[in-house]
Write a protein that binds this ligand. Sequence first.
Ligand code: DX5
Ligand code: ZN
Length: 216
Amino acid sequence: MKTEVSPSILSADFGKLNEEVASVEPFCDRLHIDVMDGHFVPNISFGAPVYKWVKTRLPLDVHLMIEHPWQFFEDFIKAGANTLTIHEEVFRDGGYEGGLSKALRVIADRGVLPGVSVKPGTPVEKIKDVLDLVDYILIMTVEPGFGGQDFMPEMVEKIRKLRDFGFEKNISVDGGINSETGKICVDAGANVLVAGSYIFKAEDRKEAIESLKLTR
Ligand code: DX5
Ligand code: ZN
């Protein structure tokens, strides 16, 4: 499987967002959009009204770190999401009838690729029942909420387990990814590397992106 690179715009300069996107677009495969609500994670970023203005030919991977994502599916889809990734943890209080699997089906029925993500404290066994329903699994390799944190090596085992379970579609990793930690994840079976600060804080963004592609 080819290693794909998905820059997280959370580390970009929002004052010139489309220039920032244009600076990485020619070299990468997807664009990672972090939506945060200040409840599910201790930070607020932006929502559909902002990212709908992102001009790119790249598919948008929208990572929803919000408590009731189902309330906004339609807005996120209209704003141009190619993939909608929701967290397993937000379904535990039973607030959405049909739970995680229903929500993933609703996303797929709208013609958008469904993804599921797990925080560091969530074992992958929790998503075993929905493996057939998702195109993407996003393994958080930091506590979600902020860019620039250190990679948690204990998360690598989750990637191996998912491949052992027979999951053959996309496994992304998100948090603290650079060429070194990215390689560890790719060796374990990940094929999409999300990276924010490693790319946007790099002197040479092209070189940073190419170094992630070389991990295979
Ligand atoms: C963290 C976000 C990440 C973040 C990654 O909650 O989900 O996508 O932007 O940033 P880096 O690559 O700097 O750890
Ligand atoms: Zn993310």
